[in-house]
Design a protein around this ligand. Structure first.
Ligand code: XMP
Length: 326
């Protein structure tokens, strides 16, 4: 009989046994998998674990605070944050091609993580307790997708910003390898993790960087972050979170259209809403959101987000459309 308390007790015992006195590092993304994996390992070995969180500036509103404050408060995990916002903005300057953005974001992410890990490795070695293990939040569907192989750094490394290079010489600890997402959420709740992290919908590793169609700039990220926060708040208030797989909010930064606001003509950017329902993101249908919810979102975005004068709804299924616009 599946029971999150049993899984936790079992994993804690195994992790303790395997890790012994060694130290462990874990990258946090802000998402549920890495948070639950880290919390489990922390329950097992306490401060032998250090987590690394890279703020690439492409996160949604409040996500950094949720990790740095709420996650840390609920677990007691030792956390190192890498503030890499400038570095990512510089690297992304002038870039508009989606795959190039992904490559750059992935590359910079690995750089940041490696630098932070290296500093921790040196510090730990000086303490006489080397870091031997790396925690990954690999789930059962990821294992199946990869053909069941073990010990790989990350099967989605081409797709996932969490993917790490092979020359980071750590043994992997993957306490969620036998679990499905809803089981991971149950364990996260049992471990007392903050609800916004446990309930977080899928969010791509490259974050808001692939939701700005056009060049990524600080100003555009600020606009998109605001629009995205409005959409999330309204969907949650309307009780729609459980019906929606995810809802990308996309800024068409290179498109302008004419509008009228107050007694002036505007020439602003459109925001696209892309709410979808799906089982596994392989296929998806556009969500039939209630008109009154759409109306509220549209009113709020056009009133509250400077430079945005139009909100449009994406009514394409997948296929032929992908969930993300890039
Ligand atoms: P698409 O757009 O391909 O998205 O229909 C399918 C799912 O994958 C997510 N996605 C990504 N996740 N790195 C990620 O970690 C990426 O580069 C990436 N691109 C898309 C997307 O949010 C959806 O859940």
């Amino acid at each position: 009989d599946w029971n999150s308390g049993n899984v936790i007790a079992d994993q804690v015992a195994r992790i303790r046994e395997r890790v012994g006195d060694s130290r462990v590092i874990c990258g946090l993304s802000g998402g549920v998998d890495s948070a639950v994996a880290a919390a489990l390992v922390h329950r097992a070995v306490g401060d032998q674990l250090v987590c690394i969180f890279v703020d690439h500036g492409l996160l949604r509103q409040d996500e950094r605070r949720q990790v740095e404050e709420d996650f840390v408060a609920s677990t007691g995990v030792r956390l190192v944050t890498v503030d890499a916002v400038e570095q990512f903005l510089d690297a992304l300057a002038g870039v508009t091609d989606p795959e190039t953005k992904r490559k750059i974001i992935g590359r910079e992410f690995i750089r940041c993580f490696e630098n932070a890990a290296e500093a921790l490795v040196l510090e730990a070695a000086a303490d006489g307790a080397p870091i031997k293990f790396l925690v990954q939040g690999t789930l059962y569907p990821d294992v199946v997708e990869s053909g069941g192989g073990s010990g790989t750094a990350n099967i989605k490394s081409h797709h996932n910003v969490g993917g790490l290079p092979e020359d980071l010489q750590f043994e992997l600890v993957e306490p969620l390898r036998a679990l499905f997402k809803d089981e991971v959420r149950a364990i996260g709740r049992e471990l007392g993790l903050p609800e916004p992290i446990v309930a977080r919908q899928p969010f791509p590793g490259p974050g808001l960087g692939i939701r700005i169609i056009g060049e990524v700039t600080r100003e555009r990220l600020d606009l998109l972050r605001l629009a995205d926060a409005i959409v999330r708040a309204e969907l949650t208030d309307a009780g729609l979170d459980a019906d929606i797989w995810q809802c990308p909010v996309v800024l068409l930064a290179d498109v302008r259209s004419v509008g009228v606001q107050g007694d002036g003509r505007t020439y602003g950017h459109p925001i696209v809403l892309r709410p979808v329902s799906s089982e596994d993101a392989m296929t998806a249908d556009w969500s039939r959101l209630p008109y009154d919810v759409l109306a509220r979102i549209s009113n709020r975005i056009t009133n509250e987000v400077p430079g945005v004068n139009r909100v449009v709804l994406d009514v394409t299924s997948k296929p032929p459309g992908t969930i993300e616009w890039e």
